[in-house]
Design a protein. Structure first.
Length: 287
């Protein structure tokens, strides 16, 4: 299927076959998508859960809803019920995702609880739990290695993602008046990433989306579980990891590019959040 965007640009939507790493094992079909833009459309006969390894900014449409701008948050999961229709045009993809489709036999074997109520609610995105974050980080690290994930490991991972998402679907908070819309959150993320090497204040974040500070503070907490300061620090940590692994820039230069006050400040933050110094992280990345 090909659709026209604007006056001239055309975008072709393909199915899951566009992702080269696909397979089936023990009642779970799976595919791995890497960190590049994609246009995806599929009708799923089975319940599908996607484990988001990083942020994805997109135009998305589920079932018969209208298409809208949507930010899939990294280190969360998304549930798409059977017999649904999913269409996503992802313009910015960080790390990619792992999609799992679960047979009825697998679901019955792994849990006595049913997805029945969750199916009635339709697709549910940005399911955030600490356990899901750990699973995303584990998958991201394993995929980054030369050998990646083997089929049995994917089955285990898919089973854990299923159970934790099932738990997360019970606690999804309804959208309230102080939450941020998907376009607003996407604009905030884009602003933070563009200004990461500078001084990012809550007032500047609020100005970037023309919203009151109160909504920024409470909306970010609802969306991410983090304060604006903690969210910016997460982004700085992620960029530092990437630069340490992919470049030979001096540590002081990396600290500057990521917006840390100094090299020592970066070292302190990375040791506290990741358990290692920048030098150790760089050494491990090249092994």
């Amino acid at each position: 299927m090909t659709v026209t965007i604007g006056r001239a640009r055309q975008l072709r939507y393909d199915g899951l076959e566009q992702f080269s790493t696909r397979g089936s094992y023990g009642g779970i079909d799976y595919c791995l998508a890497g960190p590049k833009p994609y246009a995806l459309e599929f009708a799923n006969d089975a319940d599908v859960i996607c484990l988001l390894l990083g942020d994805i900014f997109s135009r998305s449409k589920f079932e018969d809803d209208a298409e809208e701008h949507l930010a899939f948050q990294g280190e969360t999961s998304a549930f798409h019920p059977r017999h649904g229709n999913v269409r996503v045009a992802a313009s910015s993809v960080r790390h990619g995702f792992v999609a799992f489709a679960y047979s009825d036999a697998f679901q019955a074997s792994i849990s006595d609880r049913s997805l029945g109520e969750a199916r009635k609610a339709g697709s549910t995105n940005n399911i955030r739990l600490k356990s899901i974050r750990h699973l995303a980080r584990y998958a991201r690290e394993r995929i980054r290695t030369r050998h990646g994930l083997d089929p049995l490991e994917i089955q285990y991972l898919g089973g854990m993602v299923y159970l934790e998402t099932l738990e997360g679907l019970r606690g999804v908070k309804p959208v309230d008046a102080l939450s941020l819309s998907d376009p607003e959150f996407a604009r905030i993320c884009a602003f933070i990433d563009a200004e990461l090497d500078g001084d990012i204040s809550c007032a500047r974040i609020a100005k970037s989306v023309d919203l009151p500070l109160r909504i920024i503070f409470e909306g970010m907490k609802v969306r991410t579980g983090l304060s604006p300061y903690q969210f910016v620090l997460e982004r700085r940590t992620e960029r530092a990891q990437k630069l340490l692994a992919a470049t030979e820039l001096p540590l002081a230069e990396i600290a500057y590019r990521c917006g840390f006050a100094s090299q020592q400040h970066m070292t302190t933050v990375l040791r506290r959040k990741l358990g290692h110094t920048p030098g150790r992280l760089r050494h491990d990345a090249v092994q």
